[in-house]
Write a protein that binds this ligand. Structure first.
Ligand SMILES: [Zn+2]
Ligand SMILES: [Zn+2]
Length: 181
């Protein structure tokens, strides 16, 4: 029983931490050194997939490995690994459903728009696609956007110089960001 509670606790802790981690990666890395790949997500998609999908699936094998290792190992260590892996998996599924499905229309989940919070998440992410700047987080996007506007920082506090250059590139790009759909 204790192990189950430990797993649930670690899954619950992992969920918000993954949002923080995803925001950091998106702002610092995807809009930094890996913008050459992430850029495909900010342009009109031709076909079913985009190069950026490679970045989207990077955490899936890590989460799967944690769950498998947690199932093999016994005791609290196994419970911690299982919980962390399950938390990462839940975040990944929620991210795909809301970001790729609701925001970008790649999955038939538009009924989720009846939830006010998810409409706000969608609106905040569309701002990111219009400007190339903040918010970089997804579920915390609305609060990040409000914070950056309040502080007068249109591009967010974690955007590196490379990202600001990327924002200029996007602003000058002839094709409209597809998130405006
Ligand atoms: Zn997007
Ligand atoms: Zn982006």
């Amino acid at each position: 029983m204790t192990e189950v509670l430990v797993s649930i606790a670690f899954a619950a802790i992992t969920l918000p931490l993954m949002e923080v981690w995803a925001r950091f990666l998106h702002g610092r890395v995807w809009h930094g050194v890996l913008f050459g790949i992430h850029e495909s997500h900010h342009r009109e998609r031709k076909g079913r997939f985009e190069a950026n999908d490679v970045l989207s699936v990077t955490h899936a094998p890590i989460a799967a490995a944690l769950v498998i290792a947690g199932c093999i190992m016994h005791g609290i260590t196994g419970a911690v690994l299982r919980g962390t892996g399950v938390g990462m998996t839940l975040f990944g599924v929620a991210y795909v459903v809301v970001h790729d499905g609701l925001v970008h229309g790649r999955l038939p989940v538009q009924r989720l728009a009846r939830f006010r919070f998810l409409r706000r998440v969608r609106g905040a992410h569309r701002v990111h696609h219009r400007t190339g700047g903040a918010p970089y987080g997804l579920f915390a996007g609305p609060s990040e956007l409000a914070r950056s506007r309040r502080d007068g920082r249109g591009h967010g506090d974690i955007a590196p110089a490379a990202s600001r250059a990327a924002q200029r590139t996007l602003a000058e790009a002839p094709s409209a960001p597809r998130a405006s759909r």
